[in-house]
Design a protein around this ligand. Structure first.
Ligand code: TPP
Ligand code: SF4
Length: 249
């Protein structure tokens, strides 16, 4: 009998992703689902979706899912985790959702060291609403609201979420990864696994920022978008672990 060496994770439904060609939201969904499967937590996980392109994550994850208003996923996840402490609770949020309208929510969830896990997808634009500037848009980057490129004087400078949250005593695990090639995808999965293990051990707030593409709003082909991420985003958003508890090092 043939040996199965690769299959769709059970923590994903059969529904095909609606994401644009070359969008890495799908890769990140898969990694989260693989980790839930490997931890044997499919029946005991609750996810919270944001607004943004990943709002439909509730159709894709084969676990209990909630949908929160813009930026409020950490507050919703806090309520769920406090009521059901045995569940693995995660939020899945874009940069417009988490670093703009939801800034206060994520900062205070981290400061309170809520025992939840956040998957933060940084694609440097508001994807769903047409590619407006996000807090993470790079200096000089063209978006629909910065057609001449983001200017420091007019638009301010980007927010580096991992660096900011790592300053909070309550944040337990903070790491930035990328999914632009197979090596980095493997590393990204390890960080997501670690963030979930930290929650399982009751150690507090964990966030994994994943650098992601938005070929549609960047105006690039999927291949060009991968290169743009590696060449432009990684130098501004260095990959690595920004905070880690001694228990899991
Ligand atoms: C409460 C609320 N405010 C604003 C919006 C409009 N809105 C929907 S998606 C979105 C941007 C999301 O961008 P991001 O979080 O970066 O996710 P992406 O689509 O890039 O994955 C905005 C502003 C909304 N749906 N709900
Ligand atoms: S608009 Fe951007 S973030 Fe949204 S699905 Fe398309 S490529 Fe992905």
């Amino acid at each position: 009998m043939a040996k199965v060496i690769f299959k769709r994770p059970e923590s994903l439904t059969d529904k095909p992703f609606h994401y644009c060609p070359g969008c890495t939201h799908g890769i990140i969904h898969r990694l989260v689902a693989e980790v839930i499967d490997e931890m044997g937590m499919r029946d005991n996980t609750v996810g919270v979706c944001p607004v943004g392109c990943s709002v439909f994550a509730y159709d894709y994850f084969n676990v209990d899912m909630f949908q929160a208003a813009h930026g409020r996923a950490p507050a919703v996840a806090t309520g769920i985790k406090r009521c059901l402490p045995d569940r693995l609770v995660f939020t899945y949020q874009g940069d417009g959702d988490l670093a703009s309208i939801g800034t206060a929510e994520i900062v205070h969830a981290a400061a309170r060291s809520e025992n939840i896990t956040t998957i933060f997808v940084n694609n440097a634009v508001y994807g769903m609403t047409g590619g407006q500037m996000a807090p993470t848009t790079l200096p000089g980057q063209k978006t629909t609201t910065t057609p001449r490129g983001r200017e420091k004087e007019l638009n301010g400078l980007p927010v580096r979420v991992c660096e900011m949250l790592a300053t909070l005593d309550g944040a337990t695990y903070v790491a930035r990864v990328s999914v632009h090639d197979p090596k980095h995808i493997v590393q990204a999965k390890k960080a997501i696994r670690k963030a979930f293990e930290i929650q399982k051990a009751g150690l507090g707030f964990a966030l994994v920022e994943v650098l992601s593409t938005c070929p549609t709003n960047w105006g690039l082909s999927p291949k060009e978008a991968i290169k743009w991420l590696a060449d432009n985003m990684i130098p501004y958003y260095p990959l690595g672990v920004y905070k880690e508890p001694a228990e899991v090092k």
